[in-house]
Design a protein around this ligand. Structure first.
Ligand SMILES: Nc1nc2c(c(=O)[nH]1)N[C@H]1C(S)=C(S)[C@@H](COP(=O)(O)OP(=O)(O)OC[C@H]3O[C@@H](n4cnc5c(=O)[nH]c(N)nc54)[C@H](O)[C@@H]3O)O[C@H]1N2
Ligand SMILES: Nc1nc2c(c(=O)[nH]1)N[C@H]1C(S)=C(S)[C@@H](COP(=O)(O)OP(=O)(O)OC[C@H]3O[C@@H](n4cnc5c(=O)[nH]c(N)nc54)[C@H](O)[C@@H]3O)O[C@H]1N2
Ligand SMILES: [Mo]
Length: 753
């Protein structure tokens, strides 16, 4: 018999990198590492099972209670009724129309935070934003869960947009390799996290750089609660989570006490040291921020702090700070203080010296590329002015009309009646999920586009099945990577899934905005147009990019955009001539004291960095909640994505919690034991991994296990966000405080636990 099966192999891109995909009879059957990637991530291996998983949303679905009577009760517990596309779209469009007529577009929340799709046209957030703008606007969100707090505080300190600092001005790996002698990594630099980068990352190079650093005998010191936050071969200085500011202050105290401060740099390039110094030396509050003061707070011996400070002052030192440090209550402080410490060392603007943020957070940080823009789907303009800091969503839902502070501004929370989410999973990403579940009951309607029945889809009223990137054509291109991909449609849409673009085009049509949304173009026509525009811009920058048909044939290409020579960061000219190249701060200098921040009058973020202990950390540990929970990114997936299939792997769920042998012994816990992790906010299961790679008193449970259904007093899969604290980092940053939480752990003994 003739073989009628169809087989093909193509390369595609994702947020965690490129990979080869084998397709057979319209099914993804296998993935393989991409040939150009020196350290391919293991994430893609689970993809075939996830894409075809039984948890895919296959048809439009409306929650029974909402369909029959618009009842809000039942989100998360109700069953769904499947409908045909036309009927479901009619119902959704009528409801959106009702809300905008009765309450205005300011009652629609479309922030829709999340990491859906690396492809640039079908990027779900851009799609939902454009759609909502085409029908009159929506309440947007500002910042990110990743770096929201830093995005608020750092412009006050360095006078530059934080994201542009990260991606355009920090030293690249080559410069660090060539110049840095001491790499001081607060929160480590973890190749596990740099597997991922928004929009894609092709050559995963972090681990190789560390091999080269080791070959040069660079001292790489990981300061944080977990040894595993940095590659093997790095030194580890264990610290208690949330205490980094105290440690940095003590390092600064040593510099000042031993006359190692670079006074020339402070005088020419900074402002406000005179206002900060009395606090540092204890003249204002009677407490010198000495190593002896910091030692019991951070759990590092005073002698080790002194040695480190001297080493930092006597060698070319780069301080790096993980984003995790600002994803915690008072996260502004370690960020600002790291800049002050670097300023006191006087190496800011020297190659391989100063301070940098997020080198291990995502793979794009540290790549030296010429600034060639990516490709974006235009979102139109939003007539609604109200926005919220992204992590304040539950507060917004709980407190409509109530005023809140944010970076010097005081505004009321909008009164939200309808939420539209596409491309994110708030019941993965938000803190204190049991409280979010309560707040989520308030809006009249929740609409979600999702490929999978996530905890968020299950808590929606209307769910539209969305395609995954593998079911549609797109372009993979980001300014953080030097590869360009044609992402072919590999398989047909699963079930009745449609592209977000098609869903929004149909809704816009029903709402009289079809033309505004689509401009009469098909998805294919948009991709051709956006690619053409990108190609023209590239040509202007002297980079030749093939036409779309050629790219389709080639599937991928490496772009010749690697920067030659050392980075000229904007700190370098500023260092040479601060008058000619001032920073964007009010003083034109690095602000050790900020009149602006001081003027806000916030006691949780005063005019210079200070030690403000978080409300939950080992310093406030109680018998009921004696352990500090950190909840890092998962190594085997991107957030909650691909969880559907990972959860099927024998023994994979509940998720693994790392704890120290001392804490394990005190509770009679051994590796492999099933655990109950709990505090006053909630409880989840976990599987124990006993290891001395973690600081005593600290436990680590990665994010991303799917949040369970309501009604259970314990989350079965191990989602740390049932335990985390939902407070803003401060009134200034209002970022999320995910790494701030005290918990206890016990062995699960009975089935009822
Ligand atoms: N405790 C704790 N919590 C945290 C963090 C932490 O460190 N600790 N980190 C935070 C951070 S930094 C982040 S960035 C967030 C991440 O949080 P999210 O970005 O919300 O997490 P994802 O799981 O990536 O959610 C993306 C969703 O989009 C869906 N999706 C994928 N492609 C498409 C598409 O084409 N169309 C549509 N409509 N949907 C699609 C996926 O199925 C998935 O449900 O989590 C935050 N939460
Ligand atoms: N594989 C994979 N990689 C990812 C992601 C993913 O989902 N999967 N998500 C990506 C995203 S969206 C982001 S924003 C980045 C986030 O990148 P990061 O913010 O760097 O990552 P985290 O994993 O939250 O935290 C890193 C480590 O910080 C340590 N830490 C926690 N609190 C403290 C503290 O108070 N002090 C110190 N010194 N250390 C502390 C923890 O031990 C933790 O393992 O990761 C990205 N990379
Ligand atoms: Mo993030």
């Amino acid at each position: 018999m003739a073989d009628v099966s169809s087989k093909s192999t193509k390369v595609t891109s994702s947020h965690w990198g490129a990979f080869e995909v084998d397709v057979e009879n319209d099914r993804i059957v296998a993935t393989r590492p991409f040939s150009q990637d020196p350290n391919p991530p293991r994430i893609s291996a689970i993809l075939p099972a996830a894409v075809h998983h039984h948890t895919r949303v296959t048809r439009p679905a409306i929650r029974r209670g909402w369909l029959h009577g618009r009842h809000r009760e039942g989100r998360g517990s109700d069953t769904f009724v499947e409908l045909g596309w036309d009927e479901a779209l009619d119902i959704a469009a009528q409801e959106i129309d009702r809300v905008r007529r009765d309450h205005g577009n300011g009652a629609i929340f479309g922030g829709s935070y999340g990491w859906g799709s690396a492809g640039r046209f079908h990027h779900a957030q851009s799609q939902v934003h454009r759609f909502l703008n085409s029908i009159g606007g929506y309440v947007a969100s500002f910042g990110s869960y990743s770096t929201g707090c830093a995005q608020s505080i750092m412009p006050h300190v360095f006078g530059v947009n934080f994201l542009s600092l990260l991606y355009e001005h920090q030293d690249g790996w080559q410069t660090i390799h060539d110049h840095t002698k001491t790499l001081v990594m607060f929160g480590g630099i973890n190749p596990k996290n740099s597997q991922v980068s928004m929009g894609g990352i092709t050559e995963h190079e972090t681990a190789n750089w560390f091999d080269r650093f080791a070959a040069k005998n660079m001292r790489c010191i990981n300061i944080g609660p977990q040894r595993t936050d940095a590659p093997g071969g790095c030194e580890w200085l264990p610290v208690r989570p949330g205490s980094d500011t105290a440690l940095m202050l003590a390092l600064a105290h040593v510099l000042e006490h031993e006359d190692l401060t670079d006074r020339t740099f402070l005088a020419r390039h900074t402002t406000g040291f005179a206002r900060f110094r009395p606090y540092l030396m204890g003249e204002t509050d009677g407490i010198a921020k000495s190593p002896e003061w910091a030692a019991p707070l951070c759990g590092v011996e005073a002698g080790a702090i002194r040695d480190l400070a001297r080493r930092m002052a006597s060698t070319r030192t780069l301080i790096t700070v993980a984003w995790s440090l600002q994803r915690a209550e008072h996260g502004e402080q370690p960020y600002w203080m790291s800049a002050v410490l670097a300023a006191m060392l006087g190496q800011i603007g020297c190659p391989g010296g100063g301070v940098g943020y997020g080198y291990g957070a995502i793979g794009g940080v540290g790549k030296s590329l010429i600034g060639l823009r990516g490709m974006t789907f235009p979102q139109l303009t939003n007539p609604v002015e109200a926005t919220i800091p992204v992590a304040r969503i539950a507060d917004m839902l709980r407190k409509p009309g109530e005023a809140y502070d944010f970076n010097g501004r005081r505004t009321p929370y909008p009164d939200i009646r309808l939420i539209y989410w596409a491309g994110g999973n708030p019941f993965h990403h938000h803190q204190d999920l049991n409280a979010l579940h309560e707040a989520w009951q308030k809006p009249e309607t929740i609409i979600v586009n999702e490929p999978w029945w996530t905890a968020t889809a299950k808590r929606a009223d209307i769910v539209f099945p969305a395609t995954t990137p593998f079911e549609r054509e797109d372009i993979g291109r980001t300014n953080l990577d030097d590869y360009l991909f044609h992402m072919p449609r590999l398989i047909p849409p699963q079930g009745e899934a449609r592209d977000d673009y098609a869903i929004f085009a149909d809704l816009a049509e029903r709402l009289g905005a079809g033309e505004q949304f689509t401009e009469g173009k098909s998805a294919e026509a948009w991709i051709a147009q956006l690619y053409g525009e990108y190609r023209d811009l590239a040509a202007d920058a002297g980079v030749e990019v093939p036409d779309l048909d050629t790219l389709k044939d080639r599937n991928w290409m490496r772009l010749p955009i690697q920067a030659k020579g050392p980075n000229r960061t904007f700190f370098a000219p500023f260092r040479e001539d601060p008058e000619a190249f001032p920073l964007g701060t009010p003083s034109g200098r690095i602000e050790i004291f900020s009149e602006t921040v001081d003027g806000f009058g916030y006691d949780d973020c005063p005019g210079h960095p200070v030690w403000l202990p978080p409300s939950e950390w080992l310093g406030t540990a109680t018998g009921a909640a004696p352990l500090h929970l950190v909840s890092p990114q998962p190594g085997d997936k991107l957030h909650s994505q691909l969880e559907s299939a990972l959860a099927d792997v024998e023994g994979a769920r509940p998720e693994t919690l790392v704890l120290h042998p001392v804490d394990a012994a005190a509770r009679g816990i051994g590796t492999g034991d099933l655990l109950r992790v709990f505090n006053s906010r909630g409880a989840c299961r976990a599987r124990a991994l006993v290891s001395d790679d973690i600081t005593p008193g600290v436990v680590a449970l990665p994010t991303g296990a799917w949040f369970g259904d309501p009604g259970s007093n314990i989350d079965p899969h191990g989602n740390p966000n049932v335990l985390t604290l939902d407070v803003g980092t401060s009134r200034l940053g209002q970022g999320c405080s995910a790494h701030t939480a005290l918990v206890d752990v016990a062995k699960l003994v009975t089935h009822a636990d």
